[in-house]
Design a protein around this ligand. Structure first.
Ligand SMILES: [Zn+2]
Length: 446
């Protein structure tokens, strides 16, 4: 369908039918991205007060929290918000009924995330929040010259393929210029078919997990069939950390920018790369704090857990929600001139990072490099225990002599803190995780 028809007619009607004011919100976001940091901060404070006032009046869970922390919803500031305790996934599971406000316009809609860390999280979202997240996403497409309604190809997970709901979604995708290709099972035969479908559809933007897009372009290279996308303007990745090796292989195959986004179904559309490469926070909808393990804000350049307050989630407030993801804030402003604060990079899941003795985080790679450079080590796995000490499981290629062993131990300990104990355990094999993946570093630290 013609993009202008989709942009000016189909999408506005679709959004209106869903009770979402996405188009109006997008227009507002287009203007506010150029505001100063102070003006954006003032908008956040104003929205925070409205959110907390509503939560105080309608959610017994949050009323208790605010009373206990001595937070007055009408006078709260971005600083005094820090008096409220952080919100964990376990607390959501235990208290969700006491958190909800079913009177929110458009009602509440149930969602769940599988999550890589065990039990799924059940939560509820409302229409205003969906519209805010959609508009935030649409704004980042405009950064790369892509308007609403232009042909978009998704390479995305979809475990169920033939349900009625999927058929309906298929019809909707058709009239809104979306196409979905299932990224869950990328067999060679299927990928060859996808390359034909991509050529026929000729997407303006391609969206998916970086590892899936990289797998597809590697396959194209193997079979000598190029990825033909003459209209393509940008590749958007999300859902996983974008590794330089995946970025490199995608860049070689498509001559367009690659822009990475960070967010989740429960946390919302948190941050996205601009053409200059900075991850800009969607400040109009989210307050993002980066905190160390004891809940103190980390300085620019240091890693901390992404903790969000979603300013448009009214039906089920997320106030100081711990996402479990680790990122770094950058110092200074972005060259693109937008006033939206920036993150330097998204580093991964908290469970994939190591905890340091001073309450900070060390990237898994800091341990991986030590062991990968040790010639006697064929395979390894690092498990950080609750007391922060490390159990390193090693499959030997040849015997690891005592001097090399002590050297590896001291290098690993130096990354985390002086009194960390590093135990090297030689084993005959390292079984994969239940998910089938091999994770080199796992932290059980709280
Ligand atoms: Zn920028």
């Amino acid at each position: 369908m013609h993009p202008r028809l989709v942009r000016h007619l189909v999408l506005p009607i679709h959004e209106r039918l869903c009770g979402r004011d996405t188009v109006a919100r997008l227009a507002a976001l287009e203007a506010s991205q150029w505001w100063s940091g102070e003006r954006l901060g003032a908008l956040q404070t104003e929205k925070l007060r409205a959110l907390l006032r509503r939560a105080y009046d309608r959610s017994p869970f949050y009323r208790r929290r605010m009373d206990d922390a001595g937070v007055n919803p009408d006078r709260v500031t971005l600083e005094t918000l820090r008096r409220m305790p952080r919100l964990s996934k376990d607390e959501i599971a235990e208290n969700v009924k006491d958190m909800l406000d079913p009177t929110v316009p458009g009602g509440l809609h149930r969602c769940s995330t599988g999550g890589s860390t065990g039990s799924p999280l059940i939560f509820w979202i409302d229409r205003p929040r969906q519209a805010a997240d959609q508009a935030g996403r649409a704004r980042t497409r405009r950064w790369f010259g892509i308007d609403l309604g232009e042909r978009e190809l998704y390479l995305w997970g979809s475990p169920v393929e033939h349900s009625m709901q999927d058929w309906l979604k298929g019809v909707r995708d058709h009239v809104t210029n979306h196409r979905l290709l299932n990224a869950f099972r990328l067999t060679p035969k299927r990928m060859t078919r996808y390359l034909t479908e991509i050529r026929r559809f000729d997407p303006v933007h391609l969206f998916g997990y970086p590892s899936s897009i990289a797998t597809l372009v590697r396959h194209a290279r193997t079979i000598g069939k190029p990825v033909q996308t003459p209209s393509l303007k940008c590749v958007f990745t999300t859902g996983e950390v974008l590794h330089p090796s995946d970025r490199g292989v995608i860049e070689e195959s498509v001559a367009v920018p690659i822009a990475d986004g960070y967010g989740s179904r429960e946390a919302g559309f948190v941050a996205h790369q601009c053409p200059e490469g900075s991850y800009h926070v969607t400040m109009e909808s989210l307050i993002v704090e980066l905190l160390d393990a004891s809940g103190r804000p980390v300085e620019a350049g240091k890693s901390g857990e992404v903790t969000i307050t979603h300013l448009d989630a009214l039906g089920m407030p997320f106030i100081r929600y711990q996402t479990g993801d680790i990122a770094r804030r950058s110092a200074g402003v972005c060259r693109c001139g937008r006033g939206l604060e920036t993150l330097e990079r998204i580093e991964g899941r908290r469970t994939d990072m190591l905890r340091t003795q001073d309450g900070g985080y060390a990237h898994a790679l800091s341990a991986i490099y030590v062991l990968r450079d040790e010639p006697a080590v064929a395979q390894f796995k690092v498990v950080q225990r609750k007391d922060l000490n490390l159990d390193v499981y090693v499959v030997e290629r040849k015997r690891l002599d005592p001097m090399r062993r002590r050297h590896a131990q001291s290098l690993l300990a130096s990354q985390l803190g002086k009194s960390i104990e590093v135990r090297i355990n030689v084993v005959s094999r390292i079984p994969p995780d239940p998910s089938g993946k091999h994770r080199y570093v796992i932290s059980e630290a709280p």
